[in-house]
Design a protein around this ligand. Structure first.
Ligand code: HEM
Length: 256
């Protein structure tokens, strides 16, 4: 299996003191909503997660995300099946913050049927599930290039140098087969594929970085809090070590 070396990119959430940039998370959610959600579910997410502490639409005005007006507005644009309490009929009602993200396909068979047999993976944990997740997904999304001459690309597949694969048996060119693999997902992100609300220019590169930040947050929504706790613990341990040392000096002062 080969793969081109991943592209370099940096995000605010990296490193021990990193934290998610809320505006970037909002833009990333927009990319997921406008583009990726046509094929990819995020079954571990509920709309209210978007408004929880550290989330894209957290607002101290509404500490309880179920009350967050922005989140309510996002949710109610989706329809979810439910049972009418009076008649027992199956109905559709607007989603509330308590509902899980609406998925694009009812089941795997339907998802495959719409994607030439391939299954778009659930994106809830994808940033953790793939090695070097953020850089990998960023490279993959921005890395589509025309297939080199001599590479036979199967119908419904696209060449991507960052998709792990083995192209040996599809290669009739000179030398080694190109690095990378075939992917059933076509190019998604192009300049101005989405329109951002905060005036940031929606280049394909920016869209990819933003959606990666959103996917990383979704896969570990409490990362910021965890890092802050770690920081406080380190400060405490440092002070405590000083205190222990001082009392050791004092207790043993007169003993030789
Ligand atoms: C696979 C991300 C939009 C269809 C994937 C993978 C990722 C991903 C990370 C996994 C690649 C791997 O296996 O390592 C995204 C993101 C999107 C997006 C972030 C939005 C920006 C879409 C859309 C479609 C789609 C709109 C349908 C038109 C697929 C399919 C696969 C896939 C069919 C499976 C590919 C295969 O196994 O060959 N996507 N995707 N994706 N995606 Fe997307």
């Amino acid at each position: 299996v080969t793969q081109a070396p991943l592209k370099e990119a940096t995000w605010s959430f990296e490193g021990p003191f990193g934290h998610f940039d809320q505006e970037q998370l909002q833009r990333g959610y927009k990319v997921y909503h406008d583009v990726c959600s046509a094929c990819h579910s995020m079954n571990l997410m509920s709309y209210r997660n978007l408004g929880q502490l550290g989330g894209p639409f957290y607002d101290p005005k509404w500490p309880n995300p179920n009350d967050n007006l922005k989140v309510k507005a996002i949710a109610k644009d989706f329809n979810v099946p439910d049972i009418d309490g009076d008649t027992g009929d199956v109905i559709k009602r607007p989603a509330t913050p308590a509902d899980t993200f609406v998925k694009p396909f009812p089941n795997e068979a339907a998802a495959r049927a719409s994607n030439g047999g391939a299954l778009p993976p659930d994106l809830s944990l994808i940033a953790k599930a793939r090695e070097d997740g953020p850089r990998y997904i960023y490279s993959l999304l921005t890395g589509y290039v025309p297939a080199p001459a001599g590479l036979r690309v199967p119908a419904g597949k696209y060449y991507n140098p960052y998709m792990p694969g083995d192209l040996g048996s599809f290669w009739s060119g000179k030398g080694e087969a190109p690095k990378g693999g075939f992917i059933a997902m076509p190019l998604q992100l192009t300049d101005d594929r989405v329109t951002y609300d905060d005036g940031v220019k929606a280049t394909a590169d920016q869209e990819a970085k933003d959606v990666v930040a959103f996917l990383m947050w979704a896969s570990e929504p409490h990362a910021d809090e965890r890092k802050q706790t770690g920081y406080a613990v380190m400060i405490f341990l440092f002070l405590f070590a000083g205190l222990v040392y001082a009392s050791y000096r004092k207790l043993w002062k007169d003993i030789d």
